[in-house]
Design a protein around this ligand. Structure first.
Ligand code: CTP
Ligand code: CA
Ligand code: CA
Length: 549
């Protein structure tokens, strides 16, 4: 069967007696963090901006890419290539009492900041939420499904909306919107699929224009018949362009596409397939299901790869407009001992997570039920060697109304780490990473708690902080004051955010209860945790989940 023949399986029936092809959009912000910083600093649209984390470029604006600067470039190299034509911005940092690094000047000791501060992506998360809200409001009145896929990308299933437009206007000839490219030949307006994609391109343009008008951010988009093809398409003609992949072009297109460019194959899975001696999707179509399965172990993975390299992807656009989990984490240069982690990093991470949960609750009217503590460290193997592992353990998330939630989170995390130190002899401190994750979200019973309550919670927490009565670790007064100041500043910032969000309430995002209820694993964790609840002591699971690197 030709791959296009197989692709027709992706026809879905949305109405009795009528079969239509899905139309899926993928929107991805151009050089996202760099655009956010450009606007924040009021720089011109064509400014060369590079956002760095410690010494590494994270996001590079398109004008800066002309100098040969790439993501991953070292800041010294960025300076060498771009000179004074490039604005280098460090991501926001929190913790410690030093100001964030200014990498436009060769600041002495910048490198040391990595051991006292951590990065905060708050700015980009805020921008992301604003952008998605604008996109969703642009789609209001349309029959469309919106899925947030990452901080800067979303899938939109516009099948039903396109179907309506086809019914109303048919395949009248009209030009494609500006900035639209087509992979392969031109669209054929006698072809049902092409007509549908042209309507999809209209909607993509509306969404992109809305974001540009509201925030001056450019978005690139892909328009095709499934998520895999539309994601591939959005990256094809960046920046500020949209690309259509018609079904007709798929088999030819796949011939030369590097495996790594396909959704889901950019990481470990793609690497394993490459180990079979193939580097393009076309080459990989020569591999049988059996070959793939014996290499990848699992039939599910084999099937996924078998389909992906043929441009087949039947996964649905899931209605979801918010993150499934919130993570506050810190990686260490060198390694950190238990006491520093307890005294410096866990308090900072607990604060960060508690604060983000509060903003999230205000915005999305939901709360997390599970707190997962993860850490990376050496672990002894049965052969007497050691290997790096990431281990995690879950606990009940302290309730949102709890006094000093941050302290409760801290206490729970400290207990887990101490338990590790005490009981899990295969693990060896120091650690190189620690993270606190909030998952297993569910809708809050009391809808739309007011902003006054928000302030109330914040001030409760301050009271606990100033008395220090609930603090589980002994922190030096010095570190405490610094934290307090940072804390105050961040409370103010979150309060501003919360207020802005409330003012936007009429545009507020529908809550998808299915998506927020958590998956199978989440449920398993909750029930186990629930069993232990009420028995006193630490509400943690008995078992660690350990992943080898
Ligand atoms: N990002 C990151 N670390 C990564 C990948 C991405 O910090 N390993 C950040 C980038 O700084 C980026 C944002 O997440 O701004 C979105 O990533 P991505 O879409 O991959 O890149 P962009 O910078 O947006 O560039 P592009 O125009 O190619 O999409
Ligand atoms: Ca992007
Ligand atoms: Ca992206």
């Amino acid at each position: 069967m030709s791959s296009v023949g197989v692709l027709h399986k992706s026809r879905v029936s949305i109405e009795e007696g009528m079969t239509v092809l899905s139309v899926i959009l993928h929107c991805d912000l151009d050089c996202f963090y760099a655009q956010v910083e450009r606007e924040r600093l009021g720089l011109p649209k064509d400014a060369a901006v590079v956002v760095v984390q410690w010494k590494m470029a994270l996001a590079v604006s398109y004008p800066a890419r002309k100098f040969g600067i790439k993501r991953g470039s070292n800041v010294d190299e960025v300076r060498k290539l771009g000179g004074d034509k490039v604005t280098i911005v460090h991501v926001e940092t929190i913790g410690g009492d030093a100001p964030p690094p200014d990498l436009n000047v060769d600041q002495e000791g910048t490198e040391d900041l990595v051991n006292t501060q951590k990065v905060s992506l708050a700015r980009y998360r805020k921008a992301s939420a604003d952008i998605f809200r604008a996109m969703i409001s642009c789609l209001s009145g349309y029959q469309a499904k919106f899925e947030r896929a990452s901080i800067d990308e979303a899938y939109i299933d516009v099948t039903a909306e396109v179907d309506q437009r086809v019914r109303k206007a048919g395949n009248e000839l009209r030009p494609l919107p500006d900035n639209t490219m087509v992979v392969g030949e031109r669209l054929d307006m006698r072809d049902e699929c092409d007509v549908r994609l042209a309507y999809g391109a209209d909607i993509a343009t509306e969404v992109r224009k809305k974001v540009l008008a509201a925030f001056s951010y450019t978005v690139s988009a892909g328009i095709s018949t499934n998520k895999l093809l539309s994601k591939f398409a959005s990256a094809e003609n960046k920046p500020n362009m949209q690309t259509i992949v018609p079904l007709r072009a798929v088999s030819k297109l796949m011939e030369d596409v590097p495996l790594r460019k396909l959704r889901g194959l950019g990481g470990k899975l793609g690497k394993e397939v490459e180990a079979l001696g193939v580097s393009t999707a076309g080459e990989a179509t020569k591999l049988s299901r059996e070959q793939l399965q014996s290499k990848l172990g699992h039939q599910k993975f084999a099937e996924f790869v078998y389909n992906s390299v043929r441009g087949i992807d039947e996964s649905e656009v899931k209605e979801r407009d918010k993150a499934k989990s919130l993570l506050a984490a810190k990686s260490f240069r060198g390694q950190m001992g238990l006491s520093v982690v307890e005294q410096t990093w866990l308090p900072l991470l607990a604060d960060e997570l508690a604060e983000r949960l509060m903003v999230d609750a205000e915005l999305n009217n939901r709360d997390a039920k599970t707190l997962t503590i993860s850490f990376r460290m050496k672990s002894a193997t049965s052969q007497g060697n050691w290997t790096m592992v990431t281990a995690s353990r879950s606990a009940i998330m302290p309730p949102i109304g709890a006094e000093g939630r941050s302290n409760e989170i801290l206490s729970s995390s400290v207990n887990v780490l101490r338990k590790v130190a005490r009981e899990e002899k295969q693990f060896t401190f120091p650690i190189t990473f620690v993270g606190l994750t909030a998952t297993n979200f569910s809708d809050r019973a009391t809808a739309n708690e007011s902003i006054s309550r928000y302030f109330h919670v914040a001030s409760d927490r301050d009271a606990v902080h100033s008395s220090g009565s609930k603090t589980v670790t002994d922190r030096s007064q010095n570190a405490f004051q610094t934290r307090e100041e940072i804390h105050q500043r961040r409370i103010q910032e979150s309060a501003d955010r919360a207020l802005a969000l409330r003012l936007h309430r009429e545009e507020s995002i529908p809550t998808d209860s299915k998506a927020t209820r958590g998956g199978r694993i989440g449920k398993k964790v909750t029930s186990k945790v629930a069993k232990r609840k009420g028995k006193g002591g630490v509400n943690t699971l008995d078992r660690f989940v350990v992943k080898k690197d």
